[in-house]
Design a protein around this ligand. Structure first.
Ligand code: SF4
Length: 138
């Protein structure tokens, strides 16, 4: 099986704070499957570490009030390009991220409030028919 995963789940230090979300269940998938790792925020040109961002009224804005919408959407497009080329059977993404979140994301107030809805990349992959799951549902 070919699987696309959020790079931070595979232990890459690409998270906004310079850390990762290493997940043992994801790492187990490397045995016997072809695994592609992607970090849409880095692929969109953002540095690591970076100021955390949330989606507010449809636009991705960081905690300093600067729009990073263009970078987030560029990263999402690049992930979609890879997915269209590689045709993964499954995409596993990190929970609650403004890029990778599948079921929930923060509401843009930077107060830790969650709302229903996907991040930018997850949404684009779902819209294009890919089978996308939240890592918490593995
Ligand atoms: S954009 Fe996705 S892959 Fe990159 S650090 Fe955030 S959750 Fe992980």
């Amino acid at each position: 099986m070919k699987i696309m995963v959020s790079a931070c789940l595979a232990g890459e230090n690409c998270k906004y704070n310079g850390g990762n979300n290493r997940n043992e269940k994801v790492l187990e998938l490397f045995a016997g499957n072809e695994v592609l790792t992607v970090c849409p925020e880095v692929m969109g040109g953002l540095p690591t570490p970076r100021i955390p961002a949330e989606i507010r009224d449809g636009e991705v804005v960081n905690k300093a009030g600067i729009s990073v919408d263009r970078e987030f959407r560029l990263g999402a497009e690049k992930c979609l390009e890879i997915a269209l080329r590689e045709q993964p059977d499954l995409v596993i993404l990190q929970s609650r991220s403004p890029s990778c979140g599948v079921k929930q994301r923060y509401d843009g107030s930077f107060s830790g409030t969650l709302v229903e809805g996907a991040g930018v990349t997850a949404q684009l992959l779902i819209q294009n028919g890919f089978r996308v799951v939240d890592v918490e549902d593995l």
